[in-house]
Design a protein. Structure first.
Length: 146
């Protein structure tokens, strides 16, 4: 590639200033670090907290429904579930109505841990939202993309 084939540095700056994907990735990484630090005393990551919260419902959901909610493929979900299952915070069972499906259930231990971690999540969220002009609008915009 010759120098006249290369994009000018001004183009790089333009992308940096306008790229929604870059901005979202940077924000997601920063938020993940904040919540990972907050959940460290519970030996949880922010992803594990979100997964346990997604399982906290009256009936155990299907894996495909959890994968859809968390915007991930089932292989990634399976990998995320393994440490929670090893810690006995979640269980995976064959769906009784469709033997091909799997239902994921939060255990009693998972519910207890989630109840302890929730106030830390709420405090951390409150701290972060204080630095955001309109958190409700930002949340709505982010949900509208996925």
């Amino acid at each position: 590639m010759t120098s006249h084939d290369a994009l000018p540095f001004e183009t790089t700056l333009h992308v940096k200033e306008h790229c929604l994907c870059l901005a979202a990735q940077r924000a997601a990484r920063a938020l993940a670090r904040r919540f990972d630090a907050a959940f460290a005393p519970f030996d949880l990551t922010n992803g594990q907290f979100s997964l346990l919260m997604a399982l906290n419902r009256p009936q155990p959901p299907l894996m495909r429904d959890i994968a859809s909610l968390l915007a991930m493929d089932r292989t990634t979900l399976t990998a995320m579930l393994k440490p929670l299952v090893r810690r006995k915070l979640a269980e995976v069972h064959v769906d009784e109505t469709d033997r091909r499906g799997r239902r994921v259930m939060i255990t009693h231990s998972g519910r207890v841990l989630l109840a302890k971690a929730y106030p830390v999540w709420a405090r951390t969220l409150e701290e972060i939202e204080r630095g955001v002009r309109d958190p409700r609008r930002l949340r709505e915009a982010l949900w509208s993309i996925a």
